[in-house]
Write a protein that binds this ligand. Sequence first.
Ligand SMILES: Nc1nc2c(ncn2[C@@H]2O[C@H](COP(=O)(O)OP(=O)(O)OP(=O)(O)O)[C@@H](O)[C@H]2O)c(=O)[nH]1
Ligand SMILES: [Mg+2]
Length: 549
Amino acid sequence: MLTENRVESSSPTNAAAEIAYTPDPQVREEVKKRRTFAIISHPDAGKTTLTEKLLLYSGAVNVAGSVRARKNQRAVTSDWMAMERERGISITSTVLNIDYRGYKINLLDTPGHQDFSEDTYRTLTAADAAVMVIDAAKGIEAQTEKLFKVCALRKIPILTFINKMDRPGGEPLKLLSEIEQVLGIHAVPLNWPIGLGHEFRGVYDRRAKKAMVFESVAHGSQVVPTKSASLEDAQKEGLLDAESHARLKDEVELLDVAGAPFDHETFLRGEVTPVFYGSALTNFGIEPFFDAFLELAPPPRARLSEHGPVPPDRGEFAGFIFKIQANMDPRHRDRIAFVRVCAGRFVREMIVTHARTGDTMRISRSHRLFAQNRESMDEAYPGDIIGLVNPGNYRLGDTLCEGKPINYQGLPQFSPEHFAILSCNETLKRKQFTKGLEQLVEEGAIQLLENPDALRKEPILAAVGQLQFDVVQYRIESEYGAKTSIQRLPYKLARWVEGPKEELPNLILPTNAMRTLDRNGKTVALFGSQWDLDYCVKQNPKLTFNVVS
Ligand SMILES: Nc1nc2c(ncn2[C@@H]2O[C@H](COP(=O)(O)OP(=O)(O)OP(=O)(O)O)[C@@H](O)[C@H]2O)c(=O)[nH]1
Ligand SMILES: [Mg+2]
């Protein structure tokens, strides 16, 4: 299982004292304006659709696209990869940089499918808050629960958007108690749906005490016309008929009497989640949700390094690489390293230290990212995400900084559970094949092993989820032009073998296990079952078998 195999360094809210610093007033002002958050959930709950609508409401796009766009329809911005558009699912996380109501927002749309959760988990490390999307008809689904736990562990504040209220089946009160029971967090509705399913017409904002009724527009591609009125006047002003008005008043009264009030501090500690109902497809409830999000979500906070938490408002720049992606822009065909700025001011042409290697370098090619598009970025502050052209020396988890080198806490690591041999079908395309594979490994799209005892040295792919194999094959063909074939191997577990140097060659493996080497030359044993692994551990008392390297 994925979560059990995840290994992460200590929590970001470690109690160690902050490192000494002098606050920079200009950086502090910029920090206040930043909101960086990830949208998470089980597949298909509507993350990408919600993302697109936030772009629409911020004015970043004029017409919202759809996930499964027909011929002359616009496709969504954040599913930009060919395979994502073909399958109608998100495969890789996307960064979108938007300005809205004076805030600088970095929005991270993540893939829901568990086979791509390495990417989702890494992206979450770059977020200061999360929006958890729930499909109203389906309730809390498995992957949402897992991702919720990761956020809870990192104490990231979570807002809940209950989506697809336009569909029959979502019972608002039941969903609230499901959140509380399954996830163990208090849920406080900050708005309440007016009508359900086909009758879903609007939301009641409990804090502003205002009813909002929306008018639908074709395909939800534009901002929807909205009428609002106080609860008392909603009928008089023609928003609601007598019956719905009476029902809404009853429901609101019940909530006010029965529910605990919302407390912002408790939310920031991750102990309560504000809940919003809406429909990303029809845009009903998007605007009030977005506004509340800006009011509630926190600006960037101190982030843990090996020297303790580093405050964001110091003058010296520091950031870490949480994602690498090759070939985003077909015009450039290069590799972009995504740097989350965590402290200080970044300016283009700045000289920074690469903390892992100790090298210093000048950063001249820095970009602001909007899905696959980019523009030059001259300046950045905590919360921002910079796209750097990666000549090949950056790795996932690396810290870049000014001044005394620091290393931000590491990215989560995963133990692969699926293994396969990948072969290149065309001898003449061997070079492209090797280059493609190397770059996808650098992205963390797949892990690579080799069998030192095999006669033909063919790469062994190691994945957390099998769909990763499909992605690698598809991308090596479409982005590097080499057709491949794949042969699955019968192993289910990988263990990094460690111990005294002289003991390693004495490793005794059961017959249905395999000895391999990872890219750093470390020994990795692959096993067909837990039983084989347990047996092997007993046979080799001087060696240890670790879940990750
Ligand atoms: N009826 C209805 N359908 C919706 C709504 N929001 C999204 N959908 C549909 O649900 C499907 C999945 O939406 P996506 O936005 O791709 O979901 P996702 O959470 O991004 O999925 P992954 O990224 O693959 O995990 C699409 O067909 C959407 O059109 C909604 O509010 N109502
Ligand atoms: Mg998606």
